[in-house]
Design a protein around this ligand. Sequence first.
Ligand code: CMC
Length: 431
Amino acid sequence: MVMSNKKATLSFDDKTIELPMHAGTVGPDVIDIRKLYAEGGVFTYDPGFTSTAACESTITYIDGDKGELLHRGYPIDQLAEKSHYLEVCYLLLYGELPSAAQLEDFETRVTRHTMLHEQMMNFFRGFRRDAHPMAVMVGVVGAMSAFYHDSTDINDAWQREVASIRLIAKMPTIAAWAYKYSVGQPFVYPRNDLDYASNFLRMCFAVPCEEYVVNPILSRAMDRIFTLHADHEQNASTSTVRLASSSGANPFACIAAGIACLWGPAHGGANQACLEMLKEIGTVDRIPEFIARAKDKDDPFRLMGFGHRVYKNFDPRATVMKQSADEVLDLLGVEDNPLLQVAKELERIALQDSYFAEKKLFPNVDFYSGIILEAMGFPTSMFTPIFAVSRTVGWVSQWKEMIVDPVQKIGRPRQLYSGATARDYVEVENR
Ligand code: CMC
């Protein structure tokens, strides 16, 4: 953080307060309001943190107006095109692209941590078969703190490193096993000779009675889905991880909190909600009815997969995801799938509609990822768990950054209280 020469002046009642300002390397300056309450006796009011920087970070930068997403300075489209998920994980975690030797070492460390403690299988078996896999993931990831005691001390850098690798490595196994359990098939153990994405596909779709050969185009598409969701600066689930961690909670508990937050339909649950919406629309001729509902102020319905808190332009991840969707659909020969026809037509109509143009609502990454995952054979309930697998590295990188940040303190927002003022208790017979 660079202290800027600029200062902000705030006047209210008979007070004038001078507030310092800081500049980042790129993006808006920030007004430092930490002393505001002490000097002015007032709080700021910003529900949803629309204008509040809650931390300093060097990991990811988004320019929502330009539709730009950078990880450690590298544009997401270049990473999606030229890199792959584990290399992006290294970049997010350690700040630089790895040398060949560093990458090999990192891949080996992740690959050798993919198995789960055998007793963790009992956790899966304790759930109902029809449990949502996100419910299973929240439970199993939280339970990791009961199994991996040697990596829960957040003050030990080595333990933090081991916890990070364990989380990135085991999350695909946990998600795949949640799926296997839901369909009543045996759990498939990870295989060390496969890359991260292929291993995940095999753990989801292989059965013991026949050989499963991973299609390289599907594996590449899976890897891209992981890469495109890897981090997205201070989104709701990442902020949840940071807030949980600010109390000193162990990493597995904090990531379980992030998974719980991701589940909601306004965040990671949007890919499932989007596919369900496409199914509900059903046929192209019903699209105008749903567009009209999305525009109706009295109807809570929203077009899922459209709009974003930060992007007021095309989501750059959506552009790459759209390309991937075309490749996968071409390979699988499912272009005439009615669901996909509805998706394409909905996109076309919404992009021409003045309501969506004026409010700068564009298709987001989840609009296309759901289509790819559906074509690959994943049920909609697995869409958000796959997002959770991908985002784990983002949560972990932001968590590691926060632990060593000297200005970090327990997260404790203030409030504008509008409830009853102090009053005396009334005995029940007098109420
Ligand atoms: N369909 C119809 N209208 C919408 C939509 C939509 N999808 N999104 C926003 N609007 C309208 C909204 O009604 C509001 O109108 P008005 O100004 O007249 O009140 C205006 O656009 C601004 O919306 P907002 O709710 O104030 O914006 P926000 O920044 O709080 O919400 C959002 C962002 C992503 C929650 C919202 O766009 C939304 O609910 N989208 C659908 C869910 C979705 O696809 N979420 C995935 C986000 S990308 C993946 C991720 O990062 O998790």
